[in-house]
Design a protein around this ligand. Structure first.
Ligand code: PLP
Length: 764
């Protein structure tokens, strides 16, 4: 059995779903072709179908030790969960005494299907019970004391056998004792989805009333599941109708699903003729994966103990890497893992790890790697090799140092890099020729990343500068400067004392150099009194045409102006700073702000004027200083203080809508490429993703394209100011980054921009 759906893919996301085992798929196919009868039909085709159904049920009952309990087939675990909860709560309703407050308990790390269903049925049935989460300790174990105290008053208690994010299992026997010693009658449901095939079970030896299972988590197709109901446990059909399943669950049965499950059950029962590995082998696999992850990411932290978790799940975080970055990396290496729970892949943190009290960064950057019992040694070996390959690829982006630290196996950095921490930006300008670097607004959380980048590219900083005293975050400047610029005397924003003074158009500016370029410091008070703008220019006499970037801090933000309602702010000074900036650098110089709330990367005064009426009024001399002060105060008053210093484009909502972008699908793009030489493909993934895809020889559309990672997009925009009419087609992993970049570029006047919808994910 192959874990992977294709030769190159390494699928390590079994807790989300599994591929269908070939033997199971074959059985399902045979059921569709030959055993397609309706089990309710009395002719021979129907009898055969019914026989398959009952054989499958019998095997499940043996496997799970259900004794005299019932086993009903469902569409999956979510239906089984409804069945259990509805049955328990409807019965519990009969015992409710007026004026008494009841609770319903569930484990804090439960799959969302459970608390959401509890809430739903509590409301629908009008129970008005208080739904309470049972806390877990740092190992993920349920708090038995809490249960002891709370369960006497509970209508129902829901726990899980094995957690889907961490693989942590509960001690069912101890739970059983705790529950029953304190409430012999409470209805108890145990979500057993992730336990099937991984933990031995004898359900009738427990007092569990309801236990839902799902086929697609163990190599059966989606759409088949089953639920155990203890003998004498109350039952209310969740689906009524034609009376199938003895009236317990109506609807014509899913014969192909039974056929597949039947094969799975057979393998779970008969170890001799099974492709499922035993616990010892699976534990070895886990150890190998752990060793290879640790070798690849020496600072890795595992988010759960291996003592109380099934060997098939590993949940980890790597300091300095977001889960999105690791997901992109693994996906580029064609290793499929998930961030936190696959069911909530849009959520950026894990409520399971939060409930365990893990540090925020671990929860925010968690990655889950999971496999099934059909994993083979060859697949483990391939996965370990691929993990190593993925980690080494990080050296291409200088996100990690390779063993020698100085190998040439990296993408050389020449120009501007934009690093982010949330919506804040750090800018690094690297000059390859002189091997010098300039660091602007370094965020403390990026310290290690900046350090690694400098080492990897063998760059020496000439200055590390803040554009103002940041009110919303600490600067990372001092620790970096202490490391790299010990000897340099500078002011408190990091501007070197050794700078030269110049007069440009009546304005005094200070100058330092980096390679052949000048960096000019221009006072631009307003947002704060100490705000400065840094101009990186190749000719101090032609600032309008020769300035490559203006690092303007929070003076001009994309879609808004920096707020001027701090104690050290002055709208009046901002009014003059804006005019001076316009006068010195003109409307087309790229502005690099210290925040990017809407993923717009960079801007120009021209682009801002088009959507920011207040800025437009100032620069076209339509309003006086006093009028500006008044209007600015109004805008600042509308800022949401809850987000504190975050100055979102909310002030100018009308122009924050996203632009429509021309989209290609893979087929049309391929055929366009065949007809036209003018389309230029730009792969905007990070260098490590790009290089991985190419080194793995994965079939991709853009083999001839160039690689412009998002972190270097602003440099690309600067270099292609004169090439705005070309057709650039942006490509990434899934089409979401390329859309964001296309919108940013289109806003800046690249008027023939397009992107590949669905990215590489849908193109091969
Ligand atoms: N419970 C757990 C622990 C799960 O992992 C899942 C699947 O994500 C479910 C319930 C829901 O299962 P199904 O997809 O079969 O409805």
């Amino acid at each position: 059995m192959s874990q992977s759906a294709s030769l190159s893919q390494i699928y390590l996301d079994a807790n989300a779903t599994t591929p269908v085992l070939p033997q199971a798929a074959q059985a399902a196919m045979q059921a569709m072709e030959e055993l397609f009868g309706n089990p309710s039909s009395s002719h021979i085709t129907g009898i055969k179908a019914k026989n398959l159904m009952e054989q499958t049920r019998q095997r499940a009952k043996v496997l799970l030790g259900t004794g005299n309990g019932a086993l009903i087939f469902t569409s999956g675990a979510t239906e089984g969960i409804q069945t259990g909860i509805l049955s328990g709560l409807i019965k519990a309703r009969e015992t409710i005494e007026a004026d008494k407050q009841y609770s319903i308990l569930y484990g804090a790390t439960e799959h969302k299907a459970v608390p959401n269903s509890l809430e739903h049925w509590n409301k629908i049935l009008g129970l008005n019970a208080e739904i309470k989460a049972i806390p877990v300790d740092s190992l993920g174990n349920l708090d038995l004391k809490f249960i002891e105290n709370e369960v006497p008053n509970a209508l129902m208690i829901c726990t899980m056998a094995v957690n889907n994010e961490t693989g942590v299992y509960q001690d069912i026997q101890r739970l059983d004792k705790t529950i029953r010693q304190n409430n012999p009658n409470v209805f108890w449901m145990v979500d057993c989805v992730q336990a099937l095939g991984k933990r031995a079970m004898s359900l009738c030896e427990t007092s569990i009333d309801y236990a839902p299972f799902s086929g697609h988590k163990l190599y059966a197709p989606k759409g088949i599941g089953f639920v155990y109901i203890r003998e004498n446990a109350p039952f209310t059909p969740f689906i009524a109708g034609g009376g199938q399943e003895s009236g317990l669950r109506s609807g014509t049965e899913n014969l192909p699903g039974f056929a597949a499950l039947n094969v799975i059950f057979e393998m779970l029962i008969d170890h001799e003729n099974s492709c499922f590995s035993n616990a010892e082998i699976l534990e070895n696999y886990r150890q190998q994966l752990v060793s290879s992850l640790t070798a690849a990411f020496p600072e890795i932290v595992f988010n759960h103990s291996f003592e109380n978790s099934v060997p098939t799940t590993l949940n980890f975080a790597v300091p300095g890497f977001s889960s999105k970055e690791l997901m992109d990396l693994f996906d580029a290496a064609s290793i499929r893992v998930s961030s936190g729970s696959a069911c909530s892949s849009k959520v950026t943190r894990s409520f399971v790890l939060d409930a365990m009290g893990l540090p925020a960064w671990q929860s925010e950057s968690a990655i889950r790697l999971s496999f099934g019992p059909a994993m083979t040694q060859d697949e483990v070996n391939a996965a370990c090799d691929r993990i190593q390959l993925a980690a080494s690829a990080l050296t291409h982006s200088c996100l990690m140092l390779d063993a020698t630290q100085l190998s040439d196996d990296k993408t050389p950095l020449d120009g501007l890099v934009q690093l982010r921490g949330g919506a804040s930006c750090t800018w690094i300008y690297a000059d390859q020729k002189s091997k010098q670097a300039l660091i602007i607004d370094p965020l403390p959380e990026l310290e290690k990343r900046i350090d690694t980048l400098l080492k990897c590219q063998q760059l020496t900083p000439v200055a590390i500068i803040d554009t103002h005293g940041h009110a919303d975050h600490h600067s990372g400047r001092v620790p970096l400067a202490n490391k790299h610029l010990r000897q340099q005397a500078c002011d408190y924003l990091g501007w070197p004392k050794s700078s030269a003074k110049l007069h440009i158009d009546g304005t005094e500016v200070e100058e330092i150099t980096i390679g052949d370029l000048s960096l000019l410091k221009l006072d631009s008070p307003g947002h704060t009194d100490d705000s400065i703008t840094l101009l990186l220019t190749s000719d101090t006499n032609k600032l309008q045409s020769a300035t490559r970037f203006a690092f303007c801090g929070d003076t001009v933000l994309m879609g808004s102006l920096g707020r001027t309602n701090f104690e050290s702010s002055s709208a009046s000074k901002m009014f003059h700073s804006l005019k001076q900036l316009d006068h010195l650098i003109g409307r087309n110089t790229l502005l690099c702000a210290s925040h990017d709330y809407n993923n717009e990367f960079t801007t120009t005064l021209m682009a801002e004027i088009a959507r920011n009426p207040l800025l437009n009024d100032v620069l076209s001399e339509r309003i006086t200083e006093n009028q500006f002060i008044k209007q600015k105060a109004l805008l600042d008053a509308n800022l949401n203080d809850e987000v504190g210093t975050e100055i979102m484009c909310g002030a100018y909502t009308s122009d924050c809508h996203k632009l429509a972008i021309k989209e290609y699908d893979a087929t049309t793009l391929q055929s366009q490429l065949g007809h036209s030489d003018n389309i230029k493909i730009v792969d905007i993934r990070e260098p490590h993703e790009y290089v991985l895809q190419h080194s793995l020889g994965l079939n991709a559309i853009a083999t001839d394209g160039i690689n412009v990672p998002m972190t270097r997009l602003v440099q690309f925009i600067q270099q292609h100011q004169a090439d705005k009419n070309s057709e650039w087609v942006l490509v990434c992993r899934s089409g979401s980054r390329s859309l964001v970049v296309a919108q940013a570029m289109q806003r800046l006047g690249f008027n023939n921009i397009a992107h590949l919808k669905g990215g590489y994910a849908l193109s091969s």
